[in-house]
Ligand binder design. Structure first.
Ligand code: AR6
Length: 341
């Protein structure tokens, strides 16, 4: 086994939407666990896995045949000549601590056999695999978890940025919320709903004027949004279909119902998102910027409230998108410490 913490992903160049979705989620899972991903091929599984990792803020290396120009700006590409597929496979297998096979034909099979020969463990999402490979059909999250465990990487990094509550994944990532391709993202707005600085400004800038127009219509019809409440607009030009606008409390020492109001901002955001059929949603760290709520207290309230809510009202994923490394560490520690019964 190599000392490298890189995770290899292999699979077919030509594949259907189902396989592409599996590959995307494998890439995403690897990035969220904090590991770099290396994969190769022509489009298909490689593209989807790289995009999944890229969207989750991870590092990816795609090894492409010479002529391919596929999305080269989204990840590091090592172009090598077509026709030396074997060399490509050697690079991937040799660079990987563990290999995940998504789906493929004879080429993928021979890569798996080669990896196993070298002592690199293999987790496969399809059933036609060498007998020493671990087979996990159709469950990319489980495949990533098993792969990390097989490679001994889960002990190094405790997976503290992912917890499963019933059928809901709660994750913490570092990134920019305007780039998240979840069904909805949440805006830390103010009661006027007319935009502002921080994450509010970033969302209106990236989403375009349509979001403000919808906010104006809401205020005209129902008035301003009270602290702890939430409303919803479409996502304008954002990758997310919806934007939930919620108003967190301003920190005034902690004795002015700040914890209850913050919890209520999270609950009402989830409720209004559910009313539109949202299955995946990204939150920023509400109230901890301009509104000065201490981030460690806010993280515990946010995660406890969300975990409690999704027990009765599941989502596919609730993602916390933290802007700084410090905030990510604070939220990840709170997530790891969360008591779930
Ligand atoms: N993606 C993710 N997080 C971000 C981003 C981003 N693009 N930009 C900033 N953050 P704040 P609040 C983080 O001040 O405390 C506005 O003017 C930021 O680092 O945006 O609820 C509103 O109009 C911090 O950790 O929200 C209100 O008047 C977190 O998002 C007021 O600020 C929240 O910081 C709301 O204040």
């Amino acid at each position: 086994m190599t000392a490298n913490p890189m995770i290899g992903v292999i699979g077919a160049g030509t594949c259907d939407d189902r396989v592409r979705d599996l590959a995307y989620r494998v890439g995403e899972g690897i990035a969220k666990a904090g590991y770099p991903l290396i994969c190769g091929g022509l489009g298909g599984v490689m593209e989807a896995a790289c995009h999944g990792a890229f969207d989750a803020g991870g590092t990816t290396i795609g090894i492409l045949p010479g002529e391919s120009t596929a999305s080269a700006n989204r990840y590091v590409v090592l172009p090598i000549a077509t026709g030396i597929g074997i060399a490509r496979n050697v690079i991937i297998v040799r660079s990987s601590r563990v290999l995940i096979a998504v789906s493929g034909g004879p080429g993928t099979l021979s890569e798996m056999a080669f990896a196993l020969q070298l002592g690199v463990p293999v987790v496969s999402l399809e059933s036609h695999t060498p007998s020493q490979a671990i087979t996990i059909a159709d469950d990319p999250d489980d495949a990533v978890c098993k792969a990390l465990r097989l490679a001994g990487l889960d002990k190094e990094r405790q997976m503290s940025n992912l917890r499963q509550v019933g059928t809901t994944r709660i994750v913490t990532v570092r990134g920019d919320i305007t780039k998240q391709a979840t069904d909805a993202i949440v805006n830390a707005a103010n009661s006027t709903l007319m935009g502002g600085g921080g994450v509010d400004g970033a969302i209106h800038r990236a989403g375009g004027p349509k979001i403000l127009e919808e906010c104006e219509a809401i205020v005209e019809e129902s008035g301003q949004c009270p602290t702890g409440d939430a409303v919803i607009t479409t996502g304008g030009n954002l990758p997310a279909k919806w934007v939930v606008h919620t108003v967190g409390p301003i920190w005034r020492g902690g004795n002015h119902d700040e914890p209850e109001l913050l919890a209520s901002a999270y609950q009402n955001s989830l409720a209004v998102a559910r009313s539109r059929g949202v299955q995946t949603i990204s939150f920023p760290s509400i109230s901890t910027g301009a509104y000065r709520f201490p981030v460690d207290k806010a993280a515990t309230i946010a995660l406890t409230t969300v975990a409690e809510y999704v027990k009765a009202n599941p989502f596919d994923e609730v993602r916390f998108v933290l802007f700084s490394e410090d905030d990510l560490n604070t939220y990840s520690a709170a997530l790891a410490n969360l008591t779930l019964d």
